[in-house]
Design a protein around this ligand. Structure first.
Ligand SMILES: [Zn+2]
Length: 211
């Protein structure tokens, strides 16, 4: 049996996030929203709504301009993380979820630099990666088939989607319905093998994401 965990990155968005929340509510599903500080600053009410409806809120950097592993500027990574965490404030999950980003969802050393790694350790963050990249932002019409295929190839799929205005989230309802019809069970909790650091404690595979 396949278990699926849904996550939504790069929001909130004034049109798409409410639609995603409505869809999840209809299916009685909880997920995690990895927000950008820059967007949340203007529209905190959307993240407050997500939190109030039982979704978890995670940090996905302030402006998502440069993967933290590619930055050599001192203080850059800490600012990207902390400016966002401050805006999230009391909406943060007690495990302090942080999701780094790379190029097109690849899992490698560009995710974090040493400064980011040390900061996440020291401040007891939980690092949340993924094992299914739906590529909804490049294939807004056809991501569903790809996401279904990749999800059912996993025991526990952790799917990255985006509450961005690409049109892709119009297909969210269909993705959930088809996955349920095929026997998938949805859970909010992440699979262990996508958590390289739990509350500041790095696991064995954490080093492969730090440059
Ligand atoms: Zn992202």
């Amino acid at each position: 049996m396949t278990t699926i965990t849904l996550t939504f990155d790069n929001g909130p968005d004034p049109d798409v996030t409410p639609h995603v929340l409505d869809t999840l509510r209809r299916h009685d599903l909880r997920s995690t929203f990895f927000v950008l500080g820059e967007k949340m600053r203007e529209r905190r009410y959307l993240t407050e709504r997500a939190h109030a409806e039982g979704h978890w809120i995670g940090n996905h950097t302030y402006n998502h301009m440069l993967p933290l592993g590619m930055s050599t500027e001192q203080g850059f990574a800490i600012a990207e993380i902390e400016r966002t965490e401050e805006l999230i404030g009391e909406l943060a999950h007690p495990r302090r979820f942080f999701r780094p980003f790379g190029g097109g969802g690849a899992l490698n050393r560009i995710l974090l630099n040493r400064e980011a790694f040390n900061h996440l350790c020291k401040n007891a963050y939980t690092c949340v990666l993924w094992n299914v990249v739906a590529e909804d932002w490049v294939r807004p019409e056809t991501w569903i088939d790809r996401a279904l295929e990749l999800s059912f190839a996993q025991q526990h799929a952790l799917v990255v989607l985006h509450d961005l205005p690409t049109g892709a989230m119009r297909g969210l309802d269909r993705f959930i319905s088809v996955a349920k019809d095929r026997g998938a069970v949805f859970r909010q909790e992440f699979p262990d093998n996508c958590i390289p650091m739990e509350r500041g404690q790095p696991g064995d595979f954490m080093e492969s994401y730090v440059s």
